[in-house]
Design a protein around this ligand. Structure first.
Ligand code: MN
Length: 504
């Protein structure tokens, strides 16, 4: 997914102050605020444009800018900075009305104290150290969901924190009103892919609706032979085709069938304005193959996908695609498939029946055809490859009945010990943090699904910021985690969210 998705989006930069200091000081506050906003706007480290707003000095001005942000279609969030002291009772009405995410940038215009010349004028202009605390109090008092970023505004680490927050805000913005299509229900008798779609829409802002697979088949059948041939030319340019799928190969027709399914799915998704979808091998009536390469390529273009009707993972993957737009690495639907227990270290082999996104591929994928043991359809065409290696995350959203929990595990993706010449699916091999045994035990105790959003592009911080915006439980299993602490956190979270969310 490329960064076009960020092109029209805005983050508003709002500076809080008060009238106590006189018009001259306020002019200086506004000038300094505009300078910081412009620097952030022009920073190549930040993906979204930053728009400077007039400074706010009264409850009415605070309220008005918050309401304006609510109704500004392209505003994905606000950065608040207290250059001076801004008495925070002024902020109550505005923050209570605000429906967009916000971050508190706790910075100071001047980096260093001018030791030889500092006087009370300097002190009264550079009041972030206490002004930001007054603002922090009202955020805490209101239990406002927010990110606090501390440091000088030219500090690369501060920009990195802002980048992560902006990407999360863009994904949250993208999710509001998003539509996800389900072809068929979820896999029969499976528990973790179930969930309450009304609750999900209330919590996350996206809608999930079912469509007859026959409606999709209609689109597939309407695809022209010319369009199929054109897409096959793209396949030939992009991948290495096994001989059976090449121009005079014995299985060439299966490749044409797969290309036709891809074009039909694209037409359906584009016409319906969908950002992702699910399918299931148990409901393919009228489709010749379970979509393999079609789902892989749709994921690569940024569509959320969940196999076996897993709509929660489809929506999560879409958010992860938006957050990772333009970043190195890659992001895919994933499943913990098989273990490697070894004296050299225990590992997880991640894969799926077919649907792993080629954005994570280490080298040019091979386009192959193999039988599929389930579903009773013709052999599906799929892209086969090893993933890139390096730090990555697995993320899962589960429905606990009264709330959602977002579980994130940081993992280290490693090369396979040996080649896998007979494995007909794309795969990744990783070691969960803090180590295999504790990481996996923590994931299972937390109820994390076998399906995940897997990303070599994102960090746990992206997911934490996103969970904060969504107002859902966030459980991190990383290199600092211990099983004993995770067990306690799970119990505490049950109580906290039971009380904090109330009856909904
Ligand atoms: Mn699965």
């Amino acid at each position: 997914m490329n960064t076009d998705i960020f092109a029209s989006l805005e983050v508003w930069f709002v500076v809080g102050s008060q009238h106590l200091y006189g018009p001259e000081a306020l002019e200086q506050v506004a000038a300094n605020g505009a300078k910081i906003a412009a620097a952030l706007d022009q920073s190549p480290q930040l993906p979204v444009q930053v728009v400077f707003k007039p400074i706010v000095t009264t409850p009415e001005e605070v309220y008005n800018v918050c309401q304006a942000a609510n109704s500004a279609a392209d505003c994905i969030g606000l950065i608040f900075w207290m250059h001076t002291f801004s008495p925070a009772k002024m902020w109550i009405a505005g923050l209570q009305a605000l429906q967009k995410p916000f971050a508190q940038l706790h910075t100071q215009f001047n980096a260093e104290i001018p030791w030889a010349t500092i006087d009370m004028d300097f002190m009264n202009l550079n009041q972030t150290a206490h002004g930001g605390r007054e603002f922090g109090y009202i955020g805490a008092r209101l239990r406002a969901a927010r990110k606090v970023i501390v440091g000088h505004w030219q500090d690369a680490e501060v920009l990195a924190r802002l980048d992560v927050w902006m990407r999360a805000a863009a994904a949250w913005h993208d999710m509001q009103g998003a539509r996800f299509a389900r072809f068929g229900d979820n896999m029969r008798e499976v528990a973790v892919t179930e969930g309450n779609k009304v609750s999900a829409q209330m919590q996350f802002g996206y809608a999930v609706n079912g469509y007859g697979v026959g409606d999709l088949v209609e689109k597939v059948n309407a695809v022209t032979e010319t369009a199929v041939s054109d897409l096959i030319a793209v396949y030939e340019d992009s991948y290495t085709l096994v001989p059976a799928l090449q121009a005079d190969g014995a299985r060439r027709q299966s490749l044409r069938d797969a290309a036709r399914i891809e074009l039909g799915m694209r037409a359906f998704l584009e016409e319906g304005g969908f950002k992702g979808y699910t399918d299931t091998f148990q409901d393919l009536h009228g489709l010749k193959q379970l979509p393999g390469v079609p789902s892989q390529r749709l994921m690569a273009d940024g569509y959320g996908f969940g196999a076996e009707g897993d709509w929660k993972t489809a929506a999560l993957l879409r958010a992860m695609k938006v957050m990772s737009a333009g970043l190195a690495g890659g992001t895919s639907f994933m499943e913990d498939y098989t273990y490697h227990f070894s004296a050299n270290g225990d590992k997880v082999l991640g894969a799926h029946m077919l649907e792993i996104c080629p954005s994570i591929a280490a080298a040019t994928p091979r386009l192959e055809i193999h039988p599929l043991g389930i579903g009773g359809k013709e052999d599906p065409v799929r892209l086969v490859f090893d993933s890139q290696t390096g730090p990555a995350i697995n993320a899962s959203v589960i429905d606990l009945g009264s709330r959602y929990r977002l579980i994130v595990n940081t993992v280290d993706v490693v090369p396979t010990d040996e080649p896998l010449p007979r494995l007909p699916v794309a795969r990744a091999l990783w070691v969960p943090q803090p180590n295999f045994k504790e990481g996996v035990a923590a994931w299972i105790l937390a109820g994390g699904a076998h399906h995940t959003g897997f990303s070599l592009s994102l960090t746990a911080e992206h997911m934490e910021d996103f969970a904060t915006m969504a107002g859902v439980e966030y459980l991190l299993i990383d290199e600092h985690s211990t099983l004993a602490e995770i067990k306690k956190e799970l119990k505490w979270n049950d109580v906290y969210y039971h009380l904090g969310l109330g009856i909904r």
